[in-house]
Design a protein around this ligand. Sequence first.
Ligand SMILES: C[S@@+](CC[C@H](N)C(=O)[O-])C[C@H]1O[C@@H](n2cnc3c(N)ncnc32)[C@H](O)[C@@H]1O
Length: 301
Amino acid sequence: MTDTAESGMGIEFPSLAPTSGPRQTTSTVKDALQQATVILRATADTPRLEAEVLLGYTLDVSRTALLTHPERPVARHQLAHYQNAVRRRSAGYPLPYLTGRVEFYGLTFDVTQEVLIPRPETETLVTLALARRPATIVDVGTGSGCIAVSLAVHLSEAALYAIEISPAALRVAQRNAQRHGVAQRVRTLVGDVLSPRPGPVDLIVSNPPYVPSGECGLLPASVRDYEPRLALDGGPDGLVMVRQLLEQAPAVLKPGGAMLIEIGADQGEAAQHLACTFFPHAAVHVHPDLAGRDRVLEVQT
Ligand SMILES: C[S@@+](CC[C@H](N)C(=O)[O-])C[C@H]1O[C@@H](n2cnc3c(N)ncnc32)[C@H](O)[C@@H]1O
């Protein structure tokens, strides 16, 4: 590799002998994958899978197509793009920001560095929300729109509001609502918690920033250095926005309405205590995620 080899990151692709022929290819799918897998082994939990995802993205083909045609040639310029992506990934840059896509609740979402990468544990909140079959919902801090759009796709009659303080993030949510054909039913609003006031609604859902400010620096580098601080930092105790949601909810909820709020694994007790303070007559529960850790605060008024 001469045209793309970079120094300074401690990552070297072995040089590849050009394969002969009129197309001037420099590699095959099989060779490119093998080399990338070795490089990604240092940083990725699933290096082969990530190598395949990145090559599929670079060549704009499915992983199945790669696996069924390992002899497929990879042109020099494609290889250069691929190697660049592999280097960035091996330096800690998150895979979904490289490909611009992520799977959540069985749907593909666009992501950019303006939004948090949707996490599997947030699917617990979506499952709990779907079980209630609400007709009107507001998602606060919508980010990529993964919660609001998943709910809209699975509740074909529901009307949703998606509020987000970052206009750039809200544009990503709008793209995702369009991509999944629910833009007509997901009304996006730039706002601060529940202002402008939507509703009234049956259900408030939110995955607020909930990392205590003092712990943001301790997050894994791939999170701390690349994901938006606005999406992570939940203030001194991590519960600032949870408090704001509980405080503002009565003005927005219909009688008998409910809230589902994602929380950190060690915030169950504190969140439950807060909810009982703001809603002394409500039924309050903390639900675990699939790993058994406290994850979703439910307030049934
Ligand atoms: C943890 S992220 C969740 C994003 C998305 N809902 C998800 O589950 O992947 C929190 C989001 O809340 C937004 N946010 C932070 N403070 C906010 C506020 N005061 N009002 C509205 N949104 C806020 C952030 O910009 C970020 O997009």
